[in-house]
Ligand binder design. Structure first.
Ligand code: SD4
Length: 320
């Protein structure tokens, strides 16, 4: 079996042949180095900057990931996250987010409305409740009880876009390959601890009540302090069907590099689903500070911060 069809035998030592395959496939940008912060899409640059500044001051990865993605949630120009997110088909901005720390604790909110920073509500769920997920009206009730303020997240720009869409009301939940930008962010701090966060307003013009992959631990994001972490962006249904981020981390646990693991997770999707009309992108890091990135179609990019650098890179892609 080739390396990308990794067998599920724990601790199996990689053969020489496998090693050569790995070196060929390795992401040319991949290098080791801690601390590390990586995140999806162009808005990742700003998020990484905030996250890395916290880490450089000896802050914890969990604080870095939360505050990093909050920059995208607060940005009204970003039409896929928080304030300014494109609404569902009925005009409601509904939000999904999750967060996970180095101990395996995690929290999540889904189908949450009118709260600018769902990632912070998810963290509160993690820290102040015996649960992992709160959804809809219950998540809002919990947020308000914890001091979050309700506000309208539908900006004029998003409202105009929705009204234009409504004229045809073509309900085809197909992501425009170049136009989606959920933020998933992974970080390892100076103590070597990992954390991850993912936050989105999900697919534009989705059905009311639709929940994507982003708030599902193991789908939109997963970290394990023994191994590394992964996050996803793109058509959430495809990621949900394969529990992609968990898959990436488990492949790394068995010896795959972050790049190989991302490639295999994309191939699990392309093997079974008609991937022509949707995009999926994965990011992964391991505990050495190596990273991987892979997507179905050209166009997925990510921000990587290691040492002094914080730069954008294009991910390798499956569909040539
Ligand atoms: C979702 N995965 O709700 C999200 C959308 C996304 O960039 O990633 N957009 O399906």
């Amino acid at each position: 079996m080739g390396i990308l069809g990794i067998s599920l035998i724990p601790n199996c030592a990689p053969s020489l042949e496998k090693k050569e395959t790995r070196e060929k496939n390795i992401n040319p940008n991949s290098k080791e180095g801690l601390p590390i912060v990586i995140s999806t899409w162009f808005h990742g640059l700003e998020a990484n900057k905030v996250a890395m500044a916290i880490i450089q001051k000896d802050g914890k990865a969990i604080d870095a990931v939360e505050q990093g993605v909050m920059t995208a949630e607060a940005d009204p120009e970003n039409t896929s996250v928080g304030l300014g997110g494109l609404p569902d088909r009925d005009g409601n901005v509904t939000l999904d987010a999750c967060i996970m720390d180095e101990t395996g604790n995690c929290g999540s909110v889904s189908f949450l409305q009118n709260i600018k920073h769902p990632i912070s509500v998810a963290r509160k769920v993690m820290e102040d409740t015996p649960h992992v997920m709160l959804s809809g009206a219950g998540a809002l009730q919990f947020a308000l009880a914890h001091g979050f303020q309700e506000e309208n997240l539908l900006t004029e720009k998003s409202k105009i876009a929705w009204e234009k869409w409504k004229k045809e009301s073509k309900y085809q939940p197909i992501i425009n390959i170049e136009n989606h930008d959920t933020i998933g962010l992974l970080a390892i701090d100076k103590q070597g601890n990992i954390a991850g966060a993912c936050t989105t307003s999900g697919l534009a013009y989705k059905m009311h009540g639709r929940v994507g992959d982003s708030p599902i631990i193991g789908a939109g994001m997963f970290v394990d302090n023994e191994v590394g972490g992964a996050c996803a962006t793109g058509m959430g249904e495809a990621v949900l069907k394969t529990l992609g981020s968990f898959l990436v981390v488990e492949l790394m646990r068995q010896g795959a590099s972050p790049q190989e693991a991302c490639e295999e997770a994309v191939k699990r999707i392309t093997k079974k689903q008609n991937y022509k009309d949707f995009q999926i992108g994965y990011l992964a890091i391991n505990k050495k500070g190596e990273h991987g990135a892979y997507c179905i179609h050209k166009g997925f990019n990510y921000a990587l911060s290691q040492g002094e650098k914080n730069e954008m890179y294009d991910a390798n892609f499956y569909h040539q």
